[in-house]
Write a protein of this length. Structure first.
Length: 534
């Protein structure tokens, strides 16, 4: 390629050495990235990102050729940080940490070899490099849930605007003649991330002021939610005529493609309108750092000596090689403790008698759980308590516990007076147990729910604590198993919440000691802070 002919055999040899060491060091993480993460429908857009990166480098070939390579020890900062994250990710089995480690190491190597000037030239390429990596699962799940609720609400408003009757409870849309469930495939996030990536690329080539390009990127978020709501509304409107076929198969896939192309057209229209607002000053660089450099800034290529055994190269190879050798001898083997199958959990506990329930395979697969039990208990007075326990052998490889705080509102339940409380005397002689408490209401139906997370000898109530201790225990105990326990009781007519709360606490004093026999390490050693109050 023009202006890249100066690349000599030394550069190719060094690049091959770096590539081989990185490929071997990060093989398991990259294999998981390509096969597992990119194989998910939400992230299969990432397959084209490597080709985009190659094009972006080629597009900057003139600027790269005209700028001398000035090796810099400053590259050791991202390089060293990346190697540190490699060991954290390798020992904890956390893939996202390994992905960021890989990115930092690549940036550090380029900085060591080329210097800051060329790194600055390729800053957008390195930014696009990050789009290959899916976000952490617990963040993805939370964002997906809220986008799904927004899409459902806007979709119902559009259906009503069309003149059809529609009622929404969470993510369930009742059209009278049928009900539509806004599942994860319609969450909006499936189109949000690719649309943001597309907006980044469009803004990169958009010859306009910085504020205009920022608007293009930011607008991808509401645009994605709006177009997904439009897709939901069209599904509801056409369902009456075309039936279930409009929500599945070819029509469902085609509508997704059509909506994405509609979003692209909207972005292009937005860029056209922004381009007509104001005019850039003649001779000014309205696009600093974006696109190919103007000819007057491209100078004459300078040829510098390129000794093979530069100290930066030697240090990088030694550190990468040492990490590779050590990584072969430090194999993380997660210890999965023996647990009793939850299917054997008794249906009779004290005065309570229960009937076991089952979930559809669709929900079991979506929750990624290892085992579960659902029981509807009743006491002699006929008062009901529902018990749900989900057990996860591992929370390393993308699996994560789905909190009721994100799942229940999807069914139309409104959380009221939610917060953490301490339940005393759950097990005699042990500390009080913290739980999350929430009052739920859907129209005239009221419920009281307690839920908590037994995690390897701890009782946690916060999702961020959950991730923190999972990471720490993976490093120190080689364990990431954990559970979710949720109990719900209805608040009957003419009954106050205090009576319902007494019922739940009475049930817990019967059920928790039995539950500890089924969940590994489910002892009452809660994380208690000064703000905890009974």
């Amino acid at each position: 390629m023009k202006n890249l002919g100066h690349i000599g055999p030394v550069t190719w040899i060094k690049g091959g050495a770096y590539g081989a060491l990185l490929g071997l060091l990060y093989f398991s993480a990259l294999e998981w990235l390509v096969i597992k993460d990119w194989g998910r429908e939400d992230f299969n857009y990432a397959f084209i990102i490597p080709f985009v990166l190659v094009y972006l480098i080629w597009e900057k070939r003139e600027a790269l050729a005209s700028s001398p390579s000035t090796p810099s020890w400053a590259g050791l900062i991202p390089f060293g940080l990346g190697l540190g994250l490699f060991w954290l990710g390798e020992l904890a089995g956390e893939f996202f940490t390994l992905y960021i480690s890989f990115w930092l190491v690549v940036v550090g190597l380029c900085w060591l070899e080329w210097g800051w000037k060329k790194i600055r030239t390729l800053w957008f390429t390195f930014l696009m490099f990050l789009t290959m990596f899916p976000p952490p699962n617990f963040i993805y799940t939370k964002i997906s849930f809220y986008l799904k609720l927004i899409s459902s609400k806007l979709g119902v408003d559009m259906i009503r605007l069309y003149g059809m009757a529609a009622y929404r409870e969470g993510n369930v849309i009742d059209l009278g003649f049928t009900q539509l469930q806004v599942v994860d495939a319609c969450s909006g996030l499936r189109y949000l991330i690719p649309l943001i990536v597309l907006a980044l690329l469009l803004s990169y080539f958009f010859k306009a002021a910085l504020w205009k390009r920022v608007i293009v990127v930011v607008s991808a978020i509401p645009l994605s939610v709006f177009t997904n709501s439009l897709r939901i509304a069209l599904t509801g409107i056409l369902y009456q005529t075309l039936g279930p076929a409009v929500a599945e198969g070819f029509f469902h896939g085609f509508s997704g493609w059509f909506i994405f192309m509609f979003s692209l057209a909207a972005l292009l229209l937005e860029m056209w309108l922004l381009g007509r607002i104001g005019k850039e000053k003649a001779g000014s660089d309205a696009n600093p750092g974006f696109g190919p450099l103007p000819e007057h800034r491209q100078g004459t290529p300078r040829v510098t000596g390129r000794p093979f055994l530069r100290p930066q190269f030697m240090v990088a190879v030694i550190l990468l090689g040492s990490s590779l050798v050590l990584a072969q001898g430090v194999e993380f083997r997660e210890e999965i403790p023996i647990s009793r199958p939850l299917g054997g959990f008794p249906s009779h506990i004290g005065e309570w008698r229960g009937d076991k329930q089952t979930m559809d395979t669709l929900f079991i697969d979506a929750l990624d759980l290892s085992d579960y039990v659902i029981l509807d208990y009743r006491n002699p007075a006929g008062e009901a308590v529902n018990l749900y326990v989900a057990y996860y052998e591992s929370q390393r490889k993308g699996e994560s516990i789905h909190s009721p705080a994100t799942c229940l509102p999807g069914g139309g339940w409104e959380f009221k007076q939610a917060g953490k409380v301490l339940i005393p005397n759950v097990v005699p002689g042990e500390v009080s147990m913290p739980v999350n408490r929430a009052y739920l209401q859907k129209r005239d139906v009221r419920q009281l729910v307690y839920y908590w997370f037994p995690q390897r000898g701890r009782v946690l109530t916060n999702a961020y604590e959950l991730k923190l201790y999972t990471f720490w225990d993976a490093l120190t105990k080689q364990r990431t198993d954990g559970s979710l326990v949720r109990v719900i009781t209805p608040v009957y007519p003419l009954e106050d919440f205090d009576r319902a709360e007494d019922r739940l606490r009475t049930f817990l004093r019967e059920a928790v000691p039995v539950l500890r026999e089924y969940l590994p390490g489910a002892t009452l050693k809660p994380i208690v802070t000064a703000s905890d109050t009974p």
